[in-house]
Design a protein around this ligand. Sequence first.
Ligand code: C5P
Length: 232
Amino acid sequence: MTEPKRIIVALDFAAEAPALDLVARLTPSRCRLKVGKALFTRLGPAFVETLQARGFEVFLDLKFHDIPNTVAEACAAAADLGVWMLNVHVSGGARMIESARERLDRMIRPPLLVGVTLLTSLAKQDLTAIGCPGEPTERVLQLAELGHAAGLDGVVCSPLEAASVRAARGPDFILVTPGVRPAAASLDDQRRVMTPREALAAGADYLVIGRPITAAPDPVAALADIEDSLPM
Ligand code: C5P
């Protein structure tokens, strides 16, 4: 794809100061930012507004999963905040996703709506333990199909499943992949990973990358190294 901003930096910090220290060194023309549950619970919508005022597009990663009406209203609140992308858990079911879609379609500038298929921290044995035996890829494909039919713009999946989802769902379905690790980086708690270059080659549109950047001794250099590893 020709999208220049393929990297979404996950701002997984416990407080505002270190997050803003990093943000001050990043450029909105080169990356987007992801705000997740920890920082949002601590700092609220004002923090998202601060990032947007600095020119960044924000992926609000709150992974909504609730009854349809509650999720639809939560999505509307995120849209009012002006975020670029938001997400729900596909396992919340078709009616939950359809009601989020219908609610967002009434907004003037709806954010992209993507669905989490399987968390990239879950390995096959973890899935069995929560009552979902079988291959992760099969489950991801099933959830991607359900999400697509219910109106999602795309899904969040492991890069290991990106090629299968791309093949099944075609070129217009957005694929967001966390679980991305430069070759020399620590896996941390991720289990199903690929390098950034491999993830794009497999069909990912956007790469969510957290600790390989945020925990690096020089985060800006780490981001630049990752960009350099990607095809133009
Ligand atoms: O530090 P790391 O690169 O592992 O961060 C990945 C980010 O992507 C985290 O913010 C995590 O919450 C998020 N994420 C994930 N797996 C998903 C969806 C989101 O790891 N399926």
